[in-house]
Design a protein around this ligand. Sequence first.
Ligand SMILES: NC(=O)c1ccc[n+]([C@@H]2O[C@H](COP(=O)([O-])OP(=O)(O)OC[C@H]3O[C@@H](n4cnc5c(N)ncnc54)[C@H](OP(=O)(O)O)[C@@H]3O)[C@@H](O)[C@H]2O)c1
Length: 317
Amino acid sequence: MVVPNVHLSSGYNMPIFGLGTWQSKPGEVAAAVRIALEAGYRHIDCAFAYQNQKEIGEVLTKIFAEGKIKREEVFITSKVWNTFHSFEQAKLNIQTIINDLELQYIDLLLIHWPQGYEEGGEIFPLTESGKMRYSNEDYLDTWKALEEAQKAGKVRSIGISNFNHKQIERLWNSANIKPSVLQVELHPFFQQQKLRDFCKAKNIAVTAYSPLGNPGSAFFRKSGDPDVLTNEVIGGIAKTHGKTAAQVTLRWFIEHGIIVIPKSISENRIKENFNIFDFQLTPAEVSQIDGLNKNWRLVDPTPRDGDHPHFPFLEEF
Ligand SMILES: NC(=O)c1ccc[n+]([C@@H]2O[C@H](COP(=O)([O-])OP(=O)(O)OC[C@H]3O[C@@H](n4cnc5c(N)ncnc54)[C@H](OP(=O)(O)O)[C@@H]3O)[C@@H](O)[C@H]2O)c1
C-alpha cells in the first residue's frame, strides 16, 4: 500500500498518514517505529521534547542499513522546543535533533509552540506554583534559524505548530521562506474549520495531532472530556464498513485531505490504524462526522502557559 502524499509549498511531498511518538517511552518507541515502517508507514512525527529521539535515531539507522527501506522513502518530522527560541539556541537545538535522529537532513522541522520558555536549562522550567518560567524570545527569531537550516540543506521543509492565525500572519509577513505546514490539534470534537480555511488560502498544509483525542492519557485530558472512540455516530459508521471507530476517524481526515499522525506503541493498533486505505466514507458519512464538532480543545496548557504574551489559544482561532 502506497500512502497518498500531500504536496507542500516547499516543493516536497509529505505522506498524508504517519506515526505519532509523543508519550512513546524509550524502550517502546523503537519497536513501534519498526512495526510501523514494516507495516507500510513512511512518515514518523518526532519532537525534541518527547525525549525519545535517540532511540528513534538508532532504530532508523538499523532499518536503513538493512536495506529494505531507504532513507529517502521515509518522511521525518521534528520540532524545535520552547527552551530554544533565540536564534543561537534554535540553531543548537536543530543540530541536536539531527544528531539524535542520526540523519543527514530532516524532512520537516516545526517550531513546536509560539511561546518560549526560560532558555538553557530543564525543558519544562516550572515554578513551584505550576506555571512555566518564560523567555521573551520571539518566534520570528526562531524562524530565522529554521530558514537558515533549510538553506543549508539540513531541513527540507519548515513549519509551525500550535500557532493561531494572527501569529501565522505575523510570521508570514516577515518570513523569507513561508511555512509549509501547520500542525495543530484536530479531531471530530475540535475541527478548527476557520484555521483550516485560513491555511488553505495560504497553501499551508495542515497536520492533525491527537486525531483520536489522545484517549487514555492523563497529561492534558480531564474528566468530562468527550471520547472520540466511543462516539455513537462514529461507531455506527464503523459498523457499516466493518471497521473500527479509530479507522473511521482516521479515514475522515484522509477524506478532508488533512495529514494525520496517530500514536500507538501496540502492534495491533499500529496495524489497525494503517488499515484505512481500502475503504472510503460517503459524503453523507463525512458530513455526519463534521456535525460532531464541539470546539472542544483537549490539549490545553492554558493554566500553565496562559500568561505568556505569545500563548496561542486565547484567540478565537
Ligand atoms: N505539536 C504538538 O504540540 C503535538 C501535541 C500532541 C500530539 N502531537 C503529535 O501527534 C501525535 C498523535 O497525538 P496523540 O499522541 O496526542 O494522540 P492520539 O494519536 O489521538 O492518541 C494516542 C492514544 O490512543 C491510543 N490508540 C492509538 N490507536 C488506537 C486504536 N486504534 N484504538 C484505541 N486506542 C488507540 C494510544 O494507545 P497505545 O499506544 O497503547 O496504542 C494512545 O494512548 C503525537 O504522538 C505527536 O506525535 C503533537
